[in-house]
Design a protein around this ligand. Structure first.
Ligand code: ADP
Length: 177
């Protein structure tokens, strides 16, 4: 029994987070540099409930988290009501506007739908603690970071699936593998 406790303790956030090795990369948005068209494509190509926002693809430092439904509503709104918005319009999650050429199409500003403090854990955080935090804070998802770089995401369903897998396993394999 002690060994089992030990095992439980040793399941870490990195063992449960997505993407798994071989999976497609984490779908992220960058805080600037993407166009309306690119974000719309990401929405149609994926079904995820939300997207982490990072500084840039080269520097995957977490800026915040945006829910798919907020993104969909805001883009539809901008297309419908904001003057001059086209497929090439830039999307900005930043608070301040970067310098743009006067001839560029107007930017769609989405800072207001960004959750600037999404819950994060590190790859080394024991799952026991992650589960506790999900329960106590009623989280839907949390992001997984290593050395300031965003590596993955864990949703409530990922945790439930993981727990079901653990429960289905032969207890001996848990003890001795
Ligand atoms: P749920 O887990 O409730 O179905 P999602 O539809 O958001 O929620 O996620 C489906 C799966 O994809 C989960 O395993 C989750 O970890 C993963 N996932 C969620 N968001 C992203 C994302 N932006 N990029 C890559 N994988 C993601």
């Amino acid at each position: 029994l002690e060994a089992k406790e030990e095992f439980r303790h040793k399941t870490l956030a990195t063992d449960v987070m997505r993407p798994r090795r071989g999976d497609p990369l984490l779908s992220v948005l960058t805080e600037s540099g993407m166009t309306v068209e690119e974000v719309e494509r990401l929405i149609t190509d994926t079904t995820y409930s939300g997207f982490p926002v990072v500084i840039s693809q080269q520097s995957p430092r977490l800026v915040g988290f945006v829910l798919r439904r907020d993104l969909v509503i805001s883009l539809e709104n901008a297309r419908r009501n904001q003057e001059g918005v086209v497929s090439m319009s830039p999307i900005l999650f930043t608070e301040c506007d970067p310098p743009m050429s006067p001839s560029a199409p107007p930017a769609v500003k989405l800072h207001s739908i960004l959750d600037l403090s999404p819950f994060t854990v590190t790859v080394h955080t024991p799952m026991e603690i992650v589960v506790d935090i999900f329960r106590k804070l009623g989280l839907r998802q949390c992001l997984v970071i290593q050395n300031g770089r965003l590596l993955g995401i864990i949703t409530k369903k990922d945790i439930l699936k993981h727990m079901a897998q653990m429960a289905n396993r032969d207890p001996d394999s848990i003890l001795f593998n």
